[in-house]
Design a protein around this ligand. Structure first.
Ligand SMILES: [Zn+2]
Length: 454
């Protein structure tokens, strides 16, 4: 093609695109959210006025009541609760830990892992065996592990550009470390915090016990603490580690998913979900994880309504309960959908932090993916370049078995694990514009899903 002709052609294409109803509407969605969104102030209330929201806690119940009220105030067609029973684990008094190296006693920051048992009331003190993998632990065998505290110290791989991949490559130590160590007679486990940052914040998170294996206490140690312990062990493999924690699992508690709905005008039986999880860990405020995703999800419905967009299909904002230590809300939501014969065509989840949007991961058939990928020219001008096969989200995961296509909102991942499950996951860590851009991105996708289906 001649150069001038090419220029004319590309002008024509851009011009045509700028005029397409979809691109005009998406521009309006961004304008609305970036100008009028209350989502940042909502997040302030959720994180600072309500605070941490671990399943079964008073904070979790307050968050249920408040988000229900908030969605009612938005004038959505229907707001309702879905009852679910959730695990009720409590941390108890703050943990204590130190390294005893001869006469030297060095206090280190730890946090009990969610679901862990307590130590005996006077704490546990034992020699430490450091490993980087379960294989290394098994190779050591009972002889070297029995009676000791196993210290898992394999860092998240810093060379992974997507930090979620680095997390996935290290989190087995947190999830199954206690069971693997207990099989060989260990008395406790300490795991290096799941973060690429070197700092003094222990990062908690879920862990599981296997049946038939002794339940031994498990805690996360800050990365600086882990580095220090590892270095000292090299000089003195005979040093001891002391820790004391007071956590406890109480009987399951009654809780709820909170759902806000705008009824579809043409195909009300086809449902599109956008959601995040309302529960959070107890040591921060659950700002990035996942107050952001919840507020963004409500903002999606608010913004579309404010623009006078009447969706063809039924749209739901869902605040899932108990993602962190049980997933009962996500499982329960899919159970209700199945029982009520609901047809969920798509679900979008935001649970990767309130950072600058990059795109969406898709779980669906190649044909369904191709349809969504074809919308890329409409979304790329807003920084959404990464649209393709990926992961959806933990809470919406159970909907896949009903044939729902899943979309995981993908913000930039570089700073997420600085905050994840740590005391510093607080309101101040979330940037207003980044939060709003995420909400607008999700609203744009929901709009396209509603207009064109899959
Ligand atoms: Zn989360």
């Amino acid at each position: 093609m001649k150069k001038r002709l090419l220029l004319a052609f590309s002008l024509l294409v851009t011009g045509a695109q700028a005029q397409s109803p979809d691109s005009v509407t998406i521009r309006k969605i961004y304008n609305e959210v970036l100008t009028n969104s209350p989502s940042y102030e909502w997040l302030r209330h959720l994180t600072q006025k309500i605070g941490p929201r671990l399943s079964g806690s008073e904070g979790a119940q307050k968050a249920v009541d408040w988000t229900k009220q908030l969605m009612e105030q938005q004038g959505f067609d229907r707001v309702f609760l879905q009852e679910v029973m959730v695990p009720h684990w409590v941390r108890g008094a703050k943990e204590v830990a130190y390294i005893q190296n001869g006469n030297q006693k060095i206090t280190v920051p730890i946090a009990a892992l969610g679901g862990s048992v307590a130590t005996p009331a006077k704490g546990i003190e034992a020699q430490v065996i450091e490993v980087k993998s379960f294989q290394e632990l098994r190779d050591l065998g009972t002889g070297k592990v029995k009676g000791k505290i196993v210290f898992y110290n394999r860092p998240m791989d810093p060379t992974k550009l997507n930090t979620f991949e680095a997390y996935a490559g290290a989190v087995d130590q947190r999830g199954n470390g206690a069971t693997e160590a207990a099989r060989l007679g260990a008395v406790g486990t300490i795991v290096r915090s799941m973060t690429t940052a070197l700092d003094d914040n222990p990062h908690t998170g879920g862990m599981r016990y296997a049946t038939g294996v002794p339940l031994i206490p498990a805690a996360a140690i800050s990365t600086n603490g882990a580095e220090r312990l590892s270095k000292m062990l090299k000089d003195n493999p005979g040093l001891t580690f002391y820790f004391k924690q007071n956590c406890e699992t109480l009987p399951d508690a009654k809780s709820y998913n909170v759902v806000g709905e705008i009824k579809g005008s043409e195909k009300p039986d086809e449902i599109i979900v956008v959601g995040g999880h309302l529960d959070s860990w107890d040591i921060g405020q659950g700002a990035h994880d996942d107050g952001s995703g919840c507020m963004q999800s409500i903002e999606v419905l608010r913004a579309l309504k404010a623009l006078g967009i009447k969706p063809k299909r039924t749209l739901r904002a869902v605040m899932f309960m108990n993602e962190e230590n049980g997933l009962r809300g996500g499982i329960g939501y899919a159970d209700y959908a199945k029982k009520n014969n609901e047809n969920h065509i798509a679900a979008v989840e935001s649970d990767n932090g309130g950072f600058t949007p990059r795109g969406f991961g898709i779980v669906g058939t190649p044909e369904q993916r191709a349809k969504a990928i074809a919308w890329k020219p409409l979304l790329a001008p807003y920084g959404l370049h990464e649209i393709g096969a990926g992961s959806g989200g933990a809470d919406i995961g159970p909907l896949a078995q009903l044939g729902t296509v899943l979309f995981g909102f993908k913000p930039d991942s570089q700073r997420y694990f600085d905050f994840h499950h740590a005391g510093i996951d607080r309101f101040e860590g979330v940037n207003k514009r980044e939060l709003e851009l995420g909400a607008a991105s999700m609203a744009a996708l929901v709009y396209l899903l509603d207009q064109h289906g899959l």
